[in-house]
Design a protein around this ligand. Structure first.
Ligand code: B12
Length: 216
């Protein structure tokens, strides 16, 4: 069965509000040899995007969207345990939404990809106030702060947090990601203070091998 078929089966089950069938669709993909990272990026993420589209079109309501998100989060809990977990290599990342950001699944996926590459990760999930994030960064001195932004609803907070992080000394690498940053908006993130803008967690891991190589 192809990845597209696994995705269609998963989405169909979630929309039918059948979490057991949704889990079986994921198990079937695993049994078929689908790597866990592909399940994250090619099955679960696009399924949630489709859920969002259906919500925006008025085809499903907020309760159904919350249900779909909860099913995905619970499946991620199981899948993350199957991800390769190499020994920690000394690199520390803080991964979080930008202030006001309530979308947390993207950050969670990014955190899992980093951990699977040897990073120690502090995942905050939804956005926290800029002042609190800055305080944490000052205490922990991470190599990387990876920020996720899905909507423009809190752009002021995005600007505030990027500017504050940029001013720190020592200063972590600051990467902005998430679906808000498109080809036409990514320049704004760089202007506010991000060092790099990336959408794909796999590409982030590869880029970090160049910018923050594992020691040794
Ligand atoms: C679930 C959901 C919610 C939930 C979130 C619950 C939770 N705990 O996460 C709740 C109900 C809170 C919510 C609220 C809102 N939502 Co909403 N939501 C969604 C939905 C359906 C799924 C989000 C998701 O998890 N997607 C799957 C993840 C894996 O995708 P992702 O976040 O893009 O992450 C991927 C990449 O972007 C990347 N990535 C993400 N972050 C980072 C960071 C780095 C550093 C890197 C490298 C990569 C990276 O990696 C991930 C894997 O590929 C989306 C639909 C969609 N298109 O995604 C709408 C969607 C994002 N929401 C939308 C809207 C409008 C809202 C609200 C404004 C609605 C409202 N009127 O209140 C609020 C805003 C709240 C806020 N201030 O944040 C719109 C945004 C439109 C826009 N362009 O602004 C969307 C697109 C729905 C739609 N089609 O209209 N939402």
């Amino acid at each position: 069965m192809s990845l597209d078929e696994h995705r269609a089966n998963f989405l169909d089950a979630v929309l039918a509000r059948d979490s057991a069938r949704a889990r079986r669709a994921v198990e079937a993909a695993l049994d078929n040899g689908t790597p866990v990272p592909d399940l994250y990026l090619d099955v679960l993420a696009p399924a949630l995007r489709e859920v969002g589209h259906k919500w925006a079109m008025g085809e499903i309501n907020v309760a159904e969207e919350h249900y779909a998100t909860a099913v995905v989060q619970s499946i991620l809990d199981g899948l993350s345990r199957r991800l390769q977990r190499p020994p920690r290599d000394g690199r520390l990342a803080i991964v979080t939404g930008t202030p006001g950001e309530q979308h947390a699944v993207g950050s969670r996926m990014v955190a899992d990809f980093l951990e699977a590459d040897g990073w120690e990760v502090m995942l905050l999930g939804q956005g926290v106030p800029a002042v609190d994030l800055v305080s944490l960064v000052e205490h922990e001195q991470p190599d990387l702060v990876a920020l996720s932004t899905a909507t423009a609803s809190a752009l002021d907070g995005v600007a505030e947090v990027l500017r504050a992080l940029r001013a720190l000394d020592p200063r972590p690498l600051i990467v902005a990601g998430g679906q808000f940053w498109t080809a036409s908006t990514r320049a704004t993130a760089l202007e506010f203070g991000a060092d790099h803008v990336e959408q794909d967690p796999r590409a982030l891991v590869a880029e970090l091998h160049v910018r923050v190589p594992p020691p040794g």
